[in-house]
Design a protein. Structure first.
Length: 136
């Protein structure tokens, strides 16, 4: 297993479409799938009013996690970003981030944008082990 440089982590994050964002709320732990885009040294996701927006923007910290796998090379990777989430409120900033490639996987009106500002970025890469009996 190899630890990734922060630069490699950001490169892999920029290739990802989907991540998971985890947060501790007053009631429980929550994990939400989100479509992401890298915007400078931050991660942007869009959502609607509701639980995800409230939970992430009211939390002290959030964790964004992305995984990937290169089947041709047999290499898997994982990147974890710990940081703070804030709703984007400025009309000019909203207009700017609306141009990012944030594509929802389902229909629905998602007019709110959230920025995750990283405090810690870590990643690792490893060769996937294959077994002769994987079909059992």
């Amino acid at each position: 297993m190899d630890n990734l440089s922060e630069q490699d982590c950001w490169r892999l994050l920029s290739l990802a479409d989907v991540a998971r964002i985890a947060v501790v709320t007053s009631e429980d732990l929550e994990i939400f799938p989100v479509n992401i885009a890298v915007d400078g040294p931050s991660i942007i996701f869009r959502t609607a009013e509701g639980t995800k927006l409230t939970a992430t923007t009211n939390a002290d910290r959030v964790v964004v996690e992305v995984d990937g796998f290169d089947a041709d090379k047999g290499i898997a990777w994982s990147v974890v970003v710990k940081g703070d989430a804030e709703a984007i409120e400025s009309p000019s900033e909203i207009a700017r981030v609306q141009k990012l490639p944030l594509h929802s996987w389902h229909e629905g009106f998602k007019d709110r944008f959230v920025r995750v500002r990283p405090g810690d970025v870590q990643g690792r890469r490893f060769k996937r082990v294959t077994h002769d009996d994987d079909d059992h």
